[in-house]
Design a protein around this ligand. Structure first.
Ligand SMILES: C[S@@+](CC[C@H](N)C(=O)[O-])C[C@H]1O[C@@H](n2cnc3c(N)ncnc32)[C@H](O)[C@@H]1O
Length: 247
């Protein structure tokens, strides 16, 4: 997991082509994966760490000694920055939480100065390998497929209601040019127990808990047994690196 995070961080930072003195904003900084790396690379510049979570910002501040990091509570849809005030917008795994992603793209455009760059990473969860394709659920297969359809087609779920072409369209519509997409399949293997119990994001249910809620405890346990019998699950977890330029 840490190695994977390091790859995400290093790729987003490399794609941003940071230059000495750049003013950089990390939207949805969390505990500062990108902020800390950016602050090291532009010691003469400034890094604005923005998050909706005060707790995350406080944790970052406790752990960071960088003199060039500034902390702002704010959301991607209304950035607490004036127009044309930064050179680079970074973000990783944040748009998946944002209801109005087009508005976020417009905000990124607004705060960037001319020639400014955006470098983002987002998982494209709507293209994840469906479990029903890699696990034999026996007689329960149709029920699992129906549950998956309902889950993946929920247009109200910001984690699932978009793909890479939606993001490309939104960034172009916001005014960005040279919108480049590096789409990766993200093939990986996940242990059955982790698959069942991991909570993907704060406030979300684990797979097992989601099944319990939807199917009831007995059926959920049968489904879990099928997952365990399948052993480590091979799946694709597609990911997008997107870069763009404000003309
Ligand atoms: C998965 S974490 C990613 C953190 C960090 N970018 C990283 O690479 O480790 C998602 C972060 O986005 C923040 N977040 C969620 N919705 C947001 C929004 N609308 N605007 C800004 N940040 C948001 C959360 O508080 C959380 O810190």
């Amino acid at each position: 997991m840490l190695a994977e995070l390091a790859t995400f961080r290093d790729t987003v930072i490399a794609n941003a082509r940071l230059e000495p003195g750049d003013k950089v904003v990390d939207v949805g900084t969390g505990t500062g994966l990108l902020t800390v790396a950016a602050a090291e690379r532009v010691p003469e510049g400034d890094v604005f760490a923005i998050d909706v979570s005060v707790d995350a910002l406080e944790e970052l501040r406790r752990g960071s000694t960088a003199p060039n990091v500034f902390y702002f509570v704010g959301g991607a849809e209304v950035l607490p920055l004036v127009d044309a005030s930064v050179d680079v917008v970074l973000t990783r795994s944040v748009l998946i939480y944002v209801d109005d992603k087009a508005e976020a793209a417009r905000e990124f455009f607004r705060v960037l100065s001319s020639g400014g760059r955006v470098s983002i990473f987002e998982p494209i969860n709507s293209r994840n390998t469906r479990l029903s394709k890699v696990v034999d659920f026996g007689a329960l297969q149709p029920q699992v497929e129906e549950w998956e359809r309902g889950t993946y087609e929920d247009r109200a779920d910001p984690m699932l209601n978009f793909d890479e072409s939606d993001l490309e369209r939104m960034f172009r519509a916001a005014g960005f040019v040279e919108v480049k997409m590096d789409f990766r399949r993200g093939d990986s293997e996940l242990g059955a127990e982790r698959m069942l119990t991991v909570v993907g994001a704060p406030g979300r249910l684990s797979l097992l808990d989601a099944w319990k809620k939807h199917f009831g405890a007995d059926v959920a346990e049968q489904l879990a047994a099928a997952v365990r019998a399948a052993g480590p699950i091979q799946r694709s977890w597609p990911q997008l690196y997107l870069t763009a330029l404000k003309p």
